[in-house]
Design a protein around this ligand. Structure first.
Ligand code: SF4
Length: 275
């Protein structure tokens, strides 16, 4: 729920446009982050894992709840003591240690392969802090050469663990960014990483991540987004569309299943079309 008494509309605080690209969109990303941060609070301070542990944790998080992946990670480290020992362990033993986390059949060999490939590529070391010294694109490419590591997992490691301005686009960020017109309707989550990185200021990537995910979970939900309560309602190009659909949709059919790509409104040019 939105906090009572919070009724600031984004247009009241977003008069400035800082780039040619943003001039073509009604969304000022910096001010949108500011408004959402005021609503949901600042990014919470959380202990960070070192990059190789973050990478293994990220693999365990793929298609799994935070609770289950956390349990699997704890058990993995309790069983083997170090990632070096995990790299040497038989896949069956890794499978047993992470079986509480889901998809262990896929993740156990993936974890072993990733750790061993890092050891091969990095002079027998699992220390990935050298990535921080690389240009962002190079660091992303280095991680994405590892089996099963895509732009989202690479973004999580670089952003969460190493504090680099890498975007990690999950389902909420992908959906909300489309609805706000920051990316085109046909842009995949994988492609969205580079587009969003090009339009969000480096020092705002992490606040953007937290604010948009929280907004996607609490207000701009996949089904029946709460547009009438949304603080971005006045500048969101999808507001009118979803308000209309919400009004007419009295059945239990999920809203998103009724929307074809052609129907999603793009009242303002998107980053895709502006390139
Ligand atoms: S107005 Fe509706 S579609 Fe737009 S961001 Fe808010 S909840 Fe999402």
């Amino acid at each position: 729920m939105l906090e009572s008494g919070f009724n600031t509309r984004v247009e009241e605080v977003m008069p400035t446009q800082t780039s040619a690209r943003r001039k073509r969109s009604k969304i000022n990303i910096s001010d949108t982050i500011k408004v959402l941060t005021e609503l949901y609070g600042p990014v919470p301070e959380e202990p960070r894992l070192d990059p190789s542990h973050e990478l293994v944790f990220t693999i365990l998080s793929q298609h799994t709840s935070d609770t289950n992946s956390g349990r699997a990670f704890t058990n993995l480290m309790k069983t083997f003591g170090s990632l070096e020992n995990v790299a040497k362990a038989p896949v069956e033993d890794i499978h047993s240690a992470i079986s509480g986390g889901g998809l262990a059949k896929i993740k156990a060999p993936r974890i072993k392969n990733v750790l061993n490939m890092i050891l091969t590529l990095n002079q027998n070391s699992l220390d990935l802090t050298f990535l921080r010294e690389m240009p962002l694109e190079e660091a992303k490419s280095w991680l994405k050469q590892l089996p099963g590591i895509g732009p989202k997992s690479a973004g999580i490691v670089l952003s969460f663990s190493l504090g680099m301005p890498a975007m990690a686009v999950d389902t909420h960020i992908h959906r909300v960014s489309k609805r706000l017109g920051l990316i085109g309707a046909n842009i995949s989550a994988d492609k969205a990483h580079d587009i969003l990185e090009s339009v969000v200021n480096n020092d705002e990537v992490y606040p953007f991540h937290f604010a948009i995910i929280t907004h996607g979970r609490q207000v701009c939900r996949a089904q029946r987004p709460l547009c009438s309560d949304c603080v971005l309602g006045d500048i969101c190009p999808s507001h009118g569309f979803f308000t209309k659909v919400n009004r007419t949709n009295t059945k239990s059919k999920p809203i998103d299943s009724k929307i074809s790509k052609r129907q999603i409104p793009h009242a303002y040019p998107t980053q895709e079309t502006s390139k």
